[in-house]
Ligand binder design. Structure first.
Ligand code: FAD
Length: 368
């Protein structure tokens, strides 16, 4: 038997969940996720930072547009605040000072050096690190609560469904809409949303469409035990070239080498060498010594050629919508990006993007 819906969203990560949250108020939404847990891939593996100075101009605008939702979510959305104070400090070694200075004047940041820098992050090596740019408002995101808040709204709608263990294996466009087949069931809907993260281009191919040029890139992270404790109040520290970052995490340190290696879509694992590189960079920049790697993981951050998300209808069609390419910013931009996508799908919902934002996100810009 075939079940019919108004829209089928493929991919239950933060992208698919946030858009389902917007659309389920007015539409019969089916959210299909291949795994047993909706946040199993990139969404469940992030460093959980919210920063309005990270990423390109489009990302920064989307993050600012998302801030009010994070700081003041709708009543009943979550039990505890979505953001916790963290702060982010971009650091530069002496030879990197010019590239940090180029960011001087970034709204919401303060330039720090000498004693002020040491006072904020005492473990930084004074002979190595020359300066820092501090963003006090950067915060940790409770990603699980954000994701669950989106999904809960979907679950409460009697005419909407979240189906786990429902990998889409076939897509066919017919006169009555898309026929979507998973290993378990078949569905039909006039509108299909591609929120498949690292698999977005594979999904487009399954639909008989050209790829969007979306490249999954592996990013490694680890929790390590160090010789001296890092105070829980310390900001996230990020090298200006993003060659490593670290922040306190429940008495340990979360650490990443800032890697970006092209990797085919799939389940990915941390490579020991990447973790070793992160440890080496941490120890070169700080007085910390890593005693033990507690656990390590990796995830795929999926980028378009210009590193902005791809949000909009497939050129020339009104039945296939791209919602992909969130790169390393899919958590912090999720509220605003979902509102924009919802508006493009149904102007009664969401938030109209201005012309510049619409063009920056449009699939047409990729010139496939
Ligand atoms: C180490 C790391 C650190 C990061 N740090 C941050 C950070 O600090 N801040 C931030 O904002 N972002 C961060 N990110 C990026 C963020 O995690 C991603 O941008 C975001 O999670 C992407 O969400 P998504 O829903 O597009 O992808 P995913 O979470 O990967 O979801 C896509 C889903 O689609 C499903 N799927 C694919 N194909 C099919 C199919 N055929 N049928 C059914 N389901 C399918 C997959 O199973 C998957 O669950 C980080 C990422 C990593 C890896």
């Amino acid at each position: 038997m075939q079940h019919s819906f108004d829209v089928v969203i493929i991919g239950g990560g933060i992208a698919g969940a946030s858009l389902a949250y917007q659309l389920c108020r007015e539409h019969r939404v089916l959210l299909l996720e291949r795994e047993t847990q909706a946040g199993y891939h990139a969404t469940g593996r992030s460093a959980a930072l919210f920063s309005t100075t990270y990423g390109n101009d489009t990302i920064q605008t989307l993050s600012r547009m998302s801030e009010a939702f994070f700081r003041c979510p709708p009543p009943g959305f979550c039990a505890a605040p979505l953001l916790q104070p963290r702060g982010a400090l971009l650091i530069a070694r002496h030879e990197q000072r010019d590239s940090l200075a180029a960011r001087l004047g970034t709204p919401g940041t303060q330039w720090l050096e000498g004693a002020a820098l040491q006072e904020l992050v005492p473990v930084l090596r004074a002979d190595t690190i020359a300066a820092g740019l501090y963003e006090p408002q950067a915060s940790d995101v409770d990603v699980a609560s954000l994701h669950e808040g989106f999904l809960r709204a979907l679950r409460t709608r009697p005419d909407c469904r979240l189906c786990l263990e429902s990998g889409v294996v076939a897509l066919e466009s017919r006169a009555d809409g898309w026929h979507v087949r998973t290993e378990r069931a078949s569905y039909v809907a006039p509108l299909l949303v591609n929120a498949a993260g690292a698999w977005a281009d594979e999904l487009a191919a399954l639909a008989g469409l050209r790829p969007g040029g979306l490249l999954p890139k592996k990013r490694t992270a680890a929790i390590v035990a160090t010789n001296e404790p890092v105070p829980a109040s310390q900001p996230m520290v990020i090298d200006v070239a993003e060659s490593f970052y670290f922040k306190p995490d429940s008495g340990r340190v979360l650490l990443s080498p800032g890697d970006e290696s092209d990797t085919p879509p799939g389940d990915v694992w941390a490579d020991d060498l990447d973790v070793a590189v992160a440890v080496e960079r941490l120890e070169a920049a700080t007085t910390l010594r890593v005693q033990r790697v507690v656990r390590a993981w990796a995830g795929l951050r999926t980028f378009s050629a210009d590193r902005s998300p791809v949000v909009g209808f497939e050129p020339g069609r009104h039945d296939f919508f791209w919602f992909a390419g969130q790169g390393g910013y899919g958590i912090q931009t999720a509220p605003a990006l979902a509102r924009i996508a919802a508006y493009l799908l149904d102007p009664r919902l969401g938030e109209a993007p201005d012309a510049a934002m619409r063009a920056a996100l449009a699939p047409q810009r990729l010139g496939r």
